[in-house]
Design a binder for this molecule. Structure first.
Ligand code: ATP
Ligand code: MG
Length: 247
């Protein structure tokens, strides 16, 4: 297999497809790790299938062309992370009532763009790139883990929940996938609230995905948090019906 197809940097890399494009490449290792462990893309905690996604190769790009045109411009603002006093990098709220329109796919494509912009931007400025420039939180899976941890009274599992909360609170960039599920318990919702509150209070950009219009966040959380979520946030609606399983 062509090694360049295994690396998220390949479209921007001069060495792609050449003899030096292999698993020993230090940049490949920085992004994708060594022997399947580590690397900034894997550190984000995205599902393995999504690790090479970018805006350019996203399967949702064609049918959500308006959203992607906006996102191209949005991702071009990522270099502001290195500029003191620059305008804040906005958050995103990607939503559609219909499932399977490409929200999660797109959120992860944007997250990968952030990681590569951070990595390449830091190198260009002779800075040390963060080991975890961005994190992905699957809110549903997190809720399942939380329910299981409380049900079984498992201290270690609860400690993991706590460390996830702290990790997502402070990450320079984060995707909170599927927020605002109405059926969440009060206790669980308060944890998600704490994550969002910390990130918005500190001006940390976040990509939210949801099946509810942003106004509903005032009901799911509260008016104050809703105000914070929509502050400096671009709302992008995904059109159409479910494309799941069509590939
Ligand atoms: N616009 C699209 N064109 C082609 N394939 C798509 C499109 N949108 C999604 N897909 C495919 O459908 C599947 C589901 O996409 P994804 O998980 O991103 O949807 P979602 O909007 O997050 O759904 P949900 O609301 O259920 O969370 C994926 O395999 C993705 O590749
Ligand atoms: Mg989704």
């Amino acid at each position: 297999m062509n090694h360049a197809k295994l690396c998220v940097l390949s479209s921007r890399c001069k060495l792609a497809n050449g003899p030096e494009c292999n698993r020993q490449c230090p940049h490949y290792i920085s992004l994708h790790g060594y022997s399947g462990t580590g690397g900034r893309i894997s550190n984000a905690g995205t599902p393995a299938d999504y690790r090479l996604l970018s805006l350019a190769n996203s399967p949702a790009r064609e049918s959500q062309s308006r959203v992607y045109a906006t996102l191209e411009k949005y991702c071009a603002t990522f270099d502001r992370q290195f500029e003191d006093g620059a305008d804040r990098i906005k958050s995103l709220y990607l939503w559609s009532e219909s499932p399977g329109t490409g929200k999660t796919t797109t959120a992860i494509a944007v997250l990968n763009e952030w990681i590569t912009a951070h990595y390449l931007g830091a190198l260009r400025r002779n800075r040390q790139p963060s080991q975890t420039p961005a994190v992905f939180l699957d809110t549903n899976a997190f809720q399942t883990d939380y329910n299981l941890a409380t049900m079984t009274n498992d201290d270690e599992a609860m400690a993991n929940i706590k460390s996830t909360i702290l990790r997502v609170q402070v990450a320079p960039y984060a995707v909170l996938d599927d927020i605002g599920v109405r059926s969440a318990s009060e206790a669980f919702r308060s944890y998600v609230h704490a994550i969002i509150n910390h990130r918005t209070a500190n001006g940390l950009p976040t990509v939210f995905t949801s099946n509810l219009p942003i106004e509903e966040m005032a009901v799911v959380f509260d008016q104050r948090l809703y105000d914070r979520i929509r502050d400096q946030c671009a709302v992008l609606a995904f059109s159409g019906t479910s494309k799941r399983g069509r590939r």
